[in-house]
Design a protein around this ligand. Structure first.
Ligand SMILES: Cc1cc2nc3c(=O)[nH]c(=O)nc-3n(C[C@H](O)[C@H](O)[C@H](O)COP(=O)(O)OP(=O)(O)OC[C@H]3O[C@@H](n4cnc5c(N)ncnc54)[C@H](O)[C@@H]3O)c2cc1C
Length: 310
Protein backbone atom coordinates (compact mmCIF):
# COMPACT_ATOMS: atom_id res chain seq x y z
CA UNK A 1 0.00 0.00 0.00
CA UNK A 2 1.70 3.20 -1.22
CA UNK A 3 0.57 6.72 -2.15
CA UNK A 4 1.68 8.61 -5.24
CA UNK A 5 1.55 12.41 -5.45
CA UNK A 6 1.55 14.03 -8.89
CA UNK A 7 4.10 16.85 -8.55
CA UNK A 8 3.80 20.38 -9.94
CA UNK A 9 6.70 22.67 -10.83
CA UNK A 10 6.13 26.40 -10.36
CA UNK A 11 8.51 29.38 -10.51
CA UNK A 12 11.57 27.14 -10.50
CA UNK A 13 10.56 24.99 -7.51
CA UNK A 14 8.21 22.21 -6.41
CA UNK A 15 4.92 24.05 -5.87
CA UNK A 16 3.65 24.84 -2.39
CA UNK A 17 0.45 23.00 -3.41
CA UNK A 18 2.45 19.80 -4.06
CA UNK A 19 4.02 20.03 -0.59
CA UNK A 20 0.53 20.23 0.92
CA UNK A 21 -0.70 17.21 -1.09
CA UNK A 22 2.35 15.30 0.16
CA UNK A 23 1.37 16.18 3.75
CA UNK A 24 -2.18 14.96 3.11
CA UNK A 25 -0.94 11.72 1.52
CA UNK A 26 1.50 11.09 4.37
CA UNK A 27 -1.41 11.27 6.86
CA UNK A 28 -2.57 7.91 5.43
CA UNK A 29 0.47 6.35 7.07
CA UNK A 30 1.70 4.67 3.85
CA UNK A 31 4.99 5.41 2.02
CA UNK A 32 4.64 8.42 -0.32
CA UNK A 33 6.20 8.62 -3.81
CA UNK A 34 6.23 11.73 -6.02
CA UNK A 35 5.82 11.79 -9.79
CA UNK A 36 8.09 14.35 -11.50
CA UNK A 37 8.66 15.56 -15.05
CA UNK A 38 12.29 16.73 -15.25
CA UNK A 39 15.55 15.74 -13.61
CA UNK A 40 15.75 19.15 -11.84
CA UNK A 41 12.27 18.57 -10.45
CA UNK A 42 13.17 15.00 -9.45
CA UNK A 43 16.27 16.21 -7.57
CA UNK A 44 14.17 18.79 -5.68
CA UNK A 45 11.46 16.22 -4.89
CA UNK A 46 14.05 13.75 -3.55
CA UNK A 47 14.96 16.29 -0.81
CA UNK A 48 11.38 16.65 0.50
CA UNK A 49 10.85 15.33 4.01
CA UNK A 50 9.43 11.81 4.20
CA UNK A 51 9.41 10.94 0.48
CA UNK A 52 10.10 7.26 -0.18
CA UNK A 53 10.73 7.32 -3.94
CA UNK A 54 10.69 9.82 -6.79
CA UNK A 55 9.42 8.71 -10.19
CA UNK A 56 10.91 10.60 -13.15
CA UNK A 57 8.51 10.38 -16.08
CA UNK A 58 9.62 12.65 -18.89
CA UNK A 59 11.25 15.93 -19.71
CA UNK A 60 8.13 18.08 -19.67
CA UNK A 61 4.76 18.19 -17.94
CA UNK A 62 2.40 16.01 -20.02
CA UNK A 63 -1.09 17.01 -21.11
CA UNK A 64 -4.00 15.48 -19.12
CA UNK A 65 -4.58 12.62 -21.57
CA UNK A 66 -0.91 11.59 -21.58
CA UNK A 67 -0.71 11.88 -17.79
CA UNK A 68 -3.85 9.76 -17.45
CA UNK A 69 -2.32 7.05 -19.67
CA UNK A 70 0.88 7.16 -17.60
CA UNK A 71 -1.06 6.87 -14.34
CA UNK A 72 -3.04 3.95 -15.78
CA UNK A 73 0.25 2.12 -16.37
CA UNK A 74 1.56 2.53 -12.81
CA UNK A 75 -1.75 2.58 -10.87
CA UNK A 76 -1.52 -1.03 -9.68
CA UNK A 77 1.50 -0.07 -7.52
CA UNK A 78 -0.60 2.44 -5.53
CA UNK A 79 -3.64 2.42 -3.27
CA UNK A 80 -3.98 6.21 -3.72
CA UNK A 81 -2.89 8.63 -6.44
CA UNK A 82 -3.34 12.26 -5.44
CA UNK A 83 -2.90 15.73 -6.92
CA UNK A 84 -3.87 19.24 -5.89
CA UNK A 85 -7.43 20.31 -6.69
CA UNK A 86 -6.26 22.48 -9.59
CA UNK A 87 -6.82 22.30 -13.33
CA UNK A 88 -4.14 19.69 -14.11
CA UNK A 89 -5.22 17.23 -11.42
CA UNK A 90 -8.91 17.79 -12.05
CA UNK A 91 -8.34 17.02 -15.75
CA UNK A 92 -6.05 13.99 -15.54
CA UNK A 93 -7.16 12.07 -12.44
CA UNK A 94 -10.82 11.43 -13.38
CA UNK A 95 -9.59 10.18 -16.77
CA UNK A 96 -7.09 7.83 -15.09
CA UNK A 97 -9.78 6.63 -12.68
CA UNK A 98 -12.08 5.81 -15.58
CA UNK A 99 -9.29 4.07 -17.53
CA UNK A 100 -8.50 1.81 -14.55
CA UNK A 101 -12.10 1.26 -13.41
CA UNK A 102 -11.49 3.04 -10.10
CA UNK A 103 -13.20 5.87 -8.21
CA UNK A 104 -12.32 9.56 -8.28
CA UNK A 105 -12.79 11.69 -5.16
CA UNK A 106 -12.57 15.48 -5.52
CA UNK A 107 -11.44 18.17 -3.10
CA UNK A 108 -10.52 16.16 0.03
CA UNK A 109 -10.29 18.37 3.14
CA UNK A 110 -9.33 15.76 5.76
CA UNK A 111 -7.73 12.33 5.90
CA UNK A 112 -9.45 10.18 8.55
CA UNK A 113 -7.75 6.83 7.86
CA UNK A 114 -5.84 5.33 4.94
CA UNK A 115 -9.13 4.67 3.12
CA UNK A 116 -11.51 7.22 4.69
CA UNK A 117 -11.68 10.88 3.72
CA UNK A 118 -13.76 14.02 4.30
CA UNK A 119 -14.93 16.43 1.61
CA UNK A 120 -17.50 19.21 1.36
CA UNK A 121 -20.60 19.05 -0.84
CA UNK A 122 -23.06 21.72 -1.97
CA UNK A 123 -20.65 24.63 -1.49
CA UNK A 124 -19.56 23.31 1.90
CA UNK A 125 -23.05 23.11 3.43
CA UNK A 126 -22.75 19.31 3.74
CA UNK A 127 -19.64 17.52 4.96
CA UNK A 128 -19.35 13.97 3.62
CA UNK A 129 -17.13 11.20 5.03
CA UNK A 130 -16.35 8.71 2.28
CA UNK A 131 -14.62 5.34 2.40
CA UNK A 132 -12.74 4.09 -0.64
CA UNK A 133 -13.03 0.36 -1.32
CA UNK A 134 -11.42 0.23 -4.77
CA UNK A 135 -7.88 -0.96 -5.51
CA UNK A 136 -6.58 2.56 -6.29
CA UNK A 137 -8.28 5.76 -5.23
CA UNK A 138 -7.69 8.79 -7.47
CA UNK A 139 -8.17 11.99 -5.48
CA UNK A 140 -7.64 15.73 -5.59
CA UNK A 141 -6.76 17.52 -2.36
CA UNK A 142 -7.89 20.94 -1.09
CA UNK A 143 -4.41 22.27 -0.42
CA UNK A 144 -5.51 25.04 1.96
CA UNK A 145 -6.65 22.33 4.41
CA UNK A 146 -3.15 20.87 4.90
CA UNK A 147 0.19 22.32 6.03
CA UNK A 148 3.09 21.98 3.58
CA UNK A 149 5.69 19.21 3.99
CA UNK A 150 9.22 20.50 4.48
CA UNK A 151 11.29 20.93 1.30
CA UNK A 152 14.33 19.50 3.06
CA UNK A 153 15.24 16.49 5.17
CA UNK A 154 14.59 13.75 2.60
CA UNK A 155 16.97 11.58 0.58
CA UNK A 156 14.67 9.58 -1.70
CA UNK A 157 15.87 7.42 -4.57
CA UNK A 158 14.94 8.43 -8.14
CA UNK A 159 13.43 5.83 -10.50
CA UNK A 160 13.22 6.67 -14.22
CA UNK A 161 10.04 5.45 -15.90
CA UNK A 162 9.78 4.22 -19.49
CA UNK A 163 8.58 6.94 -21.85
CA UNK A 164 4.97 6.91 -22.93
CA UNK A 165 3.62 7.93 -26.34
CA UNK A 166 2.15 11.42 -25.90
CA UNK A 167 -1.50 11.97 -26.72
CA UNK A 168 -1.31 14.33 -29.70
CA UNK A 169 -4.90 15.14 -30.66
CA UNK A 170 -4.49 18.42 -28.78
CA UNK A 171 -1.37 20.59 -28.67
CA UNK A 172 -0.57 23.23 -26.06
CA UNK A 173 0.16 26.43 -28.01
CA UNK A 174 0.79 28.89 -25.21
CA UNK A 175 0.47 29.18 -21.45
CA UNK A 176 0.00 32.55 -19.75
CA UNK A 177 -0.42 33.11 -16.04
CA UNK A 178 -3.62 35.00 -15.24
CA UNK A 179 -3.03 38.61 -14.21
CA UNK A 180 -2.69 38.56 -10.47
CA UNK A 181 -2.21 41.46 -8.11
CA UNK A 182 0.24 40.55 -5.34
CA UNK A 183 0.86 37.03 -4.02
CA UNK A 184 -0.62 33.70 -5.07
CA UNK A 185 -4.12 33.58 -3.63
CA UNK A 186 -4.29 29.88 -2.81
CA UNK A 187 -1.15 29.81 -0.69
CA UNK A 188 -1.04 33.36 0.80
CA UNK A 189 -0.94 33.68 4.61
CA UNK A 190 -3.00 36.90 4.43
CA UNK A 191 -5.78 37.64 1.92
CA UNK A 192 -7.23 41.13 1.50
CA UNK A 193 -10.51 40.82 -0.40
CA UNK A 194 -12.80 43.43 -1.89
CA UNK A 195 -16.44 43.28 -2.93
CA UNK A 196 -18.96 45.38 -4.80
CA UNK A 197 -18.67 47.93 -1.97
CA UNK A 198 -15.32 48.99 -3.47
CA UNK A 199 -17.40 50.67 -6.20
CA UNK A 200 -14.66 50.98 -8.85
CA UNK A 201 -11.60 49.30 -10.37
CA UNK A 202 -9.45 52.23 -9.17
CA UNK A 203 -10.45 51.53 -5.58
CA UNK A 204 -9.78 47.80 -6.04
CA UNK A 205 -6.33 48.63 -7.46
CA UNK A 206 -5.65 50.71 -4.33
CA UNK A 207 -6.75 47.76 -2.18
CA UNK A 208 -4.39 45.56 -4.26
CA UNK A 209 -1.52 47.99 -3.54
CA UNK A 210 -2.32 47.86 0.18
CA UNK A 211 -2.38 44.04 -0.02
CA UNK A 212 1.04 44.13 -1.71
CA UNK A 213 2.45 46.34 1.09
CA UNK A 214 1.10 43.91 3.67
CA UNK A 215 2.60 40.87 1.87
CA UNK A 216 -0.96 39.69 1.21
CA UNK A 217 -2.81 38.39 -1.85
CA UNK A 218 -5.78 40.25 -3.31
CA UNK A 219 -9.10 38.39 -3.42
CA UNK A 220 -12.52 39.51 -4.65
CA UNK A 221 -16.18 38.58 -4.60
CA UNK A 222 -17.85 37.45 -7.79
CA UNK A 223 -19.84 40.69 -7.93
CA UNK A 224 -16.57 42.65 -7.92
CA UNK A 225 -15.12 40.39 -10.64
CA UNK A 226 -18.28 40.64 -12.76
CA UNK A 227 -18.16 44.44 -12.43
CA UNK A 228 -14.59 44.38 -13.83
CA UNK A 229 -12.98 45.63 -10.61
CA UNK A 230 -10.74 42.56 -10.24
CA UNK A 231 -9.51 39.74 -12.55
CA UNK A 232 -11.23 36.33 -12.60
CA UNK A 233 -8.19 34.78 -10.96
CA UNK A 234 -8.95 36.79 -7.80
CA UNK A 235 -12.45 35.38 -7.28
CA UNK A 236 -12.99 33.61 -3.97
CA UNK A 237 -15.98 31.33 -3.47
CA UNK A 238 -17.99 28.43 -4.79
CA UNK A 239 -17.11 29.17 -8.42
CA UNK A 240 -13.74 30.73 -7.63
CA UNK A 241 -10.85 29.74 -5.39
CA UNK A 242 -11.10 28.19 -1.94
CA UNK A 243 -8.72 29.78 0.52
CA UNK A 244 -7.98 29.28 4.22
CA UNK A 245 -5.29 31.85 5.08
CA UNK A 246 -4.24 32.83 8.58
CA UNK A 247 -6.06 36.18 8.14
CA UNK A 248 -8.86 37.04 5.69
CA UNK A 249 -9.83 40.72 5.52
CA UNK A 250 -13.15 41.32 3.72
CA UNK A 251 -13.94 44.88 2.58
CA UNK A 252 -17.42 45.67 1.27
CA UNK A 253 -18.41 42.00 0.87
CA UNK A 254 -21.92 41.09 2.00
CA UNK A 255 -21.12 37.42 2.75
CA UNK A 256 -23.37 35.50 0.36
CA UNK A 257 -23.25 31.73 0.95
CA UNK A 258 -21.36 31.24 -2.33
CA UNK A 259 -18.62 33.61 -1.12
CA UNK A 260 -18.47 32.06 2.37
CA UNK A 261 -17.95 28.63 0.75
CA UNK A 262 -14.54 29.82 -0.42
CA UNK A 263 -13.22 31.51 2.73
CA UNK A 264 -15.07 30.48 5.88
CA UNK A 265 -12.27 28.09 6.93
CA UNK A 266 -9.82 31.03 7.25
CA UNK A 267 -8.25 31.11 10.71
CA UNK A 268 -9.13 34.76 11.49
CA UNK A 269 -11.77 36.64 9.51
CA UNK A 270 -12.01 40.42 9.72
CA UNK A 271 -15.01 42.03 7.99
CA UNK A 272 -15.60 45.71 7.24
CA UNK A 273 -19.13 46.57 6.11
CA UNK A 274 -21.41 49.55 6.62
CA UNK A 275 -24.44 47.26 7.03
CA UNK A 276 -24.52 45.83 10.60
CA UNK A 277 -26.78 43.00 9.39
CA UNK A 278 -24.44 41.86 6.59
CA UNK A 279 -24.14 38.01 6.73
CA UNK A 280 -20.33 38.24 6.59
CA UNK A 281 -20.44 39.23 10.28
CA UNK A 282 -21.86 35.77 11.11
CA UNK A 283 -18.48 34.17 10.24
CA UNK A 284 -16.23 37.09 11.24
CA UNK A 285 -13.97 36.95 14.30
CA UNK A 286 -13.65 40.76 14.19
CA UNK A 287 -16.18 43.06 12.57
CA UNK A 288 -16.03 46.78 11.86
CA UNK A 289 -19.37 48.41 11.05
CA UNK A 290 -18.36 51.45 9.05
CA UNK A 291 -17.17 52.88 5.78
CA UNK A 292 -14.50 50.67 4.23
CA UNK A 293 -12.73 53.71 2.71
CA UNK A 294 -12.09 55.12 6.20
CA UNK A 295 -10.61 51.80 7.34
CA UNK A 296 -8.52 51.36 4.18
CA UNK A 297 -7.27 54.95 4.61
CA UNK A 298 -6.19 54.21 8.18
CA UNK A 299 -4.45 50.98 7.16
CA UNK A 300 -2.61 52.82 4.35
CA UNK A 301 -1.48 55.53 6.79
CA UNK A 302 -0.33 52.84 9.24
CA UNK A 303 1.59 51.00 6.47
CA UNK A 304 3.26 54.32 5.49
CA UNK A 305 4.25 55.07 9.09
CA UNK A 306 5.73 51.58 9.45
CA UNK A 307 7.66 52.12 6.19
CA UNK A 308 9.07 55.51 7.28
CA UNK A 309 10.00 54.14 10.73
CA UNK A 310 12.31 51.54 9.11
C1 LIG B 1 -24.14 29.57 -8.73
C2 LIG B 1 -23.54 30.80 -8.08
C3 LIG B 1 -22.19 30.80 -7.80
C4 LIG B 1 -21.62 31.91 -7.20
N1 LIG B 1 -20.27 31.88 -6.91
C5 LIG B 1 -19.74 32.93 -6.23
C6 LIG B 1 -18.38 32.91 -5.84
O1 LIG B 1 -17.61 31.99 -6.15
N2 LIG B 1 -17.91 33.96 -5.13
C7 LIG B 1 -18.67 35.03 -4.77
O2 LIG B 1 -18.17 35.95 -4.12
N3 LIG B 1 -19.98 35.07 -5.13
C8 LIG B 1 -20.51 34.06 -5.88
N4 LIG B 1 -21.80 34.14 -6.27
C9 LIG B 1 -22.52 35.44 -6.10
C10 LIG B 1 -23.05 35.65 -4.70
O3 LIG B 1 -24.34 35.10 -4.59
C11 LIG B 1 -23.14 37.18 -4.41
O4 LIG B 1 -23.92 37.81 -5.41
C12 LIG B 1 -21.79 37.89 -4.36
O5 LIG B 1 -20.91 37.19 -3.51
C13 LIG B 1 -22.00 39.32 -3.82
O6 LIG B 1 -20.79 40.00 -3.87
P1 LIG B 1 -20.54 41.23 -2.91
O7 LIG B 1 -20.65 40.79 -1.49
O8 LIG B 1 -19.28 41.89 -3.33
O9 LIG B 1 -21.72 42.23 -3.32
P2 LIG B 1 -23.02 42.67 -2.54
O10 LIG B 1 -23.81 41.50 -2.11
O11 LIG B 1 -23.67 43.69 -3.38
O12 LIG B 1 -22.45 43.34 -1.21
C14 LIG B 1 -21.74 44.55 -1.19
C15 LIG B 1 -21.55 44.88 0.28
O13 LIG B 1 -20.74 46.03 0.37
C16 LIG B 1 -21.23 46.80 1.47
N5 LIG B 1 -20.78 48.18 1.23
C17 LIG B 1 -21.10 48.99 0.19
N6 LIG B 1 -20.43 50.15 0.28
C18 LIG B 1 -19.67 50.09 1.41
C19 LIG B 1 -18.77 50.98 2.04
N7 LIG B 1 -18.46 52.17 1.53
N8 LIG B 1 -18.17 50.58 3.19
C20 LIG B 1 -18.47 49.36 3.75
N9 LIG B 1 -19.33 48.48 3.18
C21 LIG B 1 -19.90 48.83 2.01
C22 LIG B 1 -22.73 46.64 1.43
O14 LIG B 1 -23.29 46.91 2.71
C23 LIG B 1 -22.86 45.18 1.02
O15 LIG B 1 -22.95 44.33 2.15
C24 LIG B 1 -22.41 33.05 -6.88
C25 LIG B 1 -23.77 33.02 -7.16
C26 LIG B 1 -24.34 31.91 -7.75
C27 LIG B 1 -25.81 31.92 -8.02
Amino acid sequence: MRSLVVGEWEDGAISDATLRVIRAASERGAPVDVLTFSSTMADAAACIEGIARVLLASDEAPNPETLAALLERIASDYSMIAASHRTAGRSALPRAAALTGNAFLADITRVVTAQRFVRGLYAGSVVATIESTGATLFATIRTSSFAPASRTGGAASIVTLDTIAPFSATVLIDRQAAAQNGRDLSSARIVVAGGRGLASKDNMDKLGALAGNMGAALGASRAAVDAGYAPNAAQVGQTGKTVAPEIYLAFGISGAIQHLAGMKDSQIIVAVNKDPDAPIFSVADYGIVGDLFDVVGELEAHARSLGSAQ
